[in-house]
Design a protein around this ligand. Sequence first.
Ligand SMILES: Cc1ncc(COP(=O)(O)O)c(C=O)c1O
Length: 310
Amino acid sequence: MADTPKYPKYIWMDEEFVPFEKATVHVLSPCARNAANVFEGIRGYWNSDRNELFCFRLPEHYKRLFESMRIMHMELPYSIENHTEFLLETLRKNEIREDVHIRHQVLVNGIGLFSATEPVSMFIATMPRQSSPQIEKGVRCCISAWTRISDDSVPPRVKAGSNYQNSRLAQIWARKFGFEDAILLNNNGKVAEGPAACVFMVRNGMLITPSVTQGILESVTRETIIELAEKEMDLEVIEREVDRTELYVAEEAFFVGTAAEVKPIIEIDGFRLKSLDSGSLTRRIQRCFFDVARGYNPKYADWLTPVYGA
Ligand SMILES: Cc1ncc(COP(=O)(O)O)c(C=O)c1O
């Protein structure tokens, strides 16, 4: 297991397969100068029993990509079906037969100023990547001194490269002071999310997560966990404002996201949680999630898109 991505031979760029080294944009493009891009992070899971790679919840990812493009004024003529086909072709061209993390990005190309809205380009990079060891070990977090961006300035609902400068500050700061990750509060002082993941806590046996108007990305994994907890584990999930000190007295907490998957949080600002205990809700939710994502739970087969047509 490793966090470092491997790189593919070909990157899909504007309807062509470009060798990895040649997949570049100009240094003066609005994308390079001002982070004018929106993107999706998507996972594919290899199922060795079925000899198949399954992409997780593609329609939901592309719906969110369209919403990000709409809010950030970037237009392309492609449908969800087009995006899906481009991605599947790229995975097949690179002969990916292992777990993979995909960056599917739309950007303002050319040589323009920060408010340019064209020309718009797109690339798809398919990078083999296993789960992080933190899935097993969990992470020690702090509450960040950096506040999450908000809908009245840089909307966190949009999955834009620029938003990750806020995430970057929070994560660098956390690591500099001996933590592994951070949880950011929103501009009302309530819990928002991690630098690249949403947060759930278990308090008095109930599963609670900040609602989508708390300054968070509308996460595909968060929706997945809510549905699985309710349908598979008979739990009611509460979406509401969460106070910082509620995290201190929670029994368990975990991050969820495409890259984070379901990652236990074992400590917040020095307060120990029981997320790694055997029989914890976090562990049960992890198992349920991976069964579904890897194609071992037939009830959720329509969340998976097979790449090689098994
Ligand atoms: C800031 C932020 N929140 C939440 C998430 C989780 O979203 P998703 O489950 O759609 O990957 C991400 C994922 O990259 C993220 O960057």
